[in-house]
Design a protein around this ligand. Structure first.
Ligand SMILES: NC(=O)c1ccc[n+]([C@@H]2O[C@H](COP(=O)([O-])OP(=O)(O)OC[C@H]3O[C@@H](n4cnc5c(N)ncnc54)[C@H](OP(=O)(O)O)[C@@H]3O)[C@@H](O)[C@H]2O)c1
Length: 332
């Protein structure tokens, strides 16, 4: 595809797996609805499953073929909704899910790390059931800080699941290169999922993914909404939304209000990233594509309009190297 004479790549190969996906994925955390993690609200509030399915279909209509979910999200509900959305087109999409915690579907509760071989196999079977599929394309370890020695054992089980045909490839959702290195030693490791957005670069992990031929799957690409322009300083989110709970790790929103420092930094680069008619959200995705050819951002969506707008970012492609340099200068 070309726009103004510039070639735009809208596809990615997921690292060594050879699995072909759109350069944009969709994150399915928010569509899981309410659930708790260790007693704290970890969902994004009540959801309308029919609207979620319509949003996923809109993403597919816009060219998206890659979907990221987890057993945790809605304590299994996100996988059920995603499975429902792709039931009649399973072979046309690539599904990534995650394991590693104890999930009580009925109570909508998640707690405790569970990564023994039996637990990994059980979690795989439960995800297959909820997704309504015979195979998982990318099975990811969700426990970002698992000790490397335990991760080696997990990697061995994942290799067995690949041999048995229930899993095509695997990855780890972690921001730590040394941990990523443990999984990269396995032949069927395809990807590392890590935090990446225009205000949170990670050159070390991007360099590692490129050198190891792993896909860099990017979570938090829109700063949980703060980078989209939808929130101003007066916005307040309720405690039924994980962003409004005041959790200590929540850097994008503080006590339910957008972090003013993030809003100011986003405003400083707005003119550059919205070039060519991009919205701020599309600009944030364009920065990620400009950062590395290994990147696959997975913005979360809750509505058809968001899914359509994000898919349309594919038509704009990455920022130019000049624009990337200008963003770096403005943020320095
Ligand atoms: N540990 C892990 O493995 C981990 C952790 C975090 C995330 N993830 C994955 O990464 C995915 C995405 O990351 P994230 O959840 O941190 O959030 P994000 O993608 O940075 O932000 C998503 C939110 O931005 C808003 N939004 C999306 N598109 C928009 C548009 N076009 N215009 C305006 N607003 C828009 C929506 O929220 P509102 O409409 O409410 O504003 C949406 O829910 C998750 O769904 C999940 O799959 C994984």
């Amino acid at each position: 595809m070309t726009t103004s004479g510039k070639t735009i790549t809208t596809r990615r190969t997921l690292g060594r797996s050879g699995i072909d996906v759109s350069a944009l994925g969709v994150g399915c955390w928010a569509i899981g609805g309410p659930w708790t993690m260790d007693g704290q609200q970890a969902g994004w509030g009540e959801v309308d499953d029919d609207e979620s399915v319509r949003a996923l279909h809109a993403a597919i209509a816009g060219g998206v073929t890659f979907f990221d979910t987890a057993a945790n999200y809605g304590a299994g509900h996100s996988e059920v909704v995603l499975g429902r959305a792709v039931a009649d087109r399973r072979s046309d999409v690539v599904l990534a899910t995650k394991f590693g915690y104890g999930v009580d579907e009925a109570a909508k509760r998640v707690s405790g790390v569970e990564v023994t071989p039996d637990a990994v196999r059980r979690s795989c079977a439960e995800s297959l059931r909820r997704l309504g599929t015979d195979w998982i394309d990318v099975f990811q370890l969700h426990v970002g800080d698992l000790e490397p020695a335990r991760a080696e054992d997990v990697r061995a089980v994942l290799e067995s699941l690949v041999d048995e045909g229930t899993v095509r490839a695997y990855g780890w959702s972690t921001d730590d290169v040394e941990r990523a290195r443990v999984f990269a030693a396995g032949p069927h490791c395809a990807s590392i999922q890590h935090q990446l957005n225009v205000l949170e670069d990670n050159p070390a992990m991007l360099g590692f993914c490129e050198s190891e031929n792993l896909a860099s799957i990017n979570r938090g690409p829109l700063g949980m909404g703060v980078l989209t322009g939808a929130y101003d300083g007066g916005a307040t989110l309720s405690a039924t939304d994980v962003r409004g709970t005041g959790a200590a790790w929540m850097k994008y929103f503080i006590d339910g209000r957008p972090n003013p420092e993030w809003l100011a930094r986003a405003a400083a680069i707005r003119e550059v990233i919205t070039s060519g008619g991009r919205t701020p959200a599309q600009g944030a995705l364009a920065w990620i594509w400009g950062r590395s050819p290994a990147t696959v951002p997975i913005p979360g969506v809750r509505t058809v309009a968001q899914a359509e707008a994000n898919a349309a970012a594919l038509q704009h492609g990455p920022l130019t190297q000049e624009q990337m340099a200008e963003v770096a200068r403005l943020l320095a």
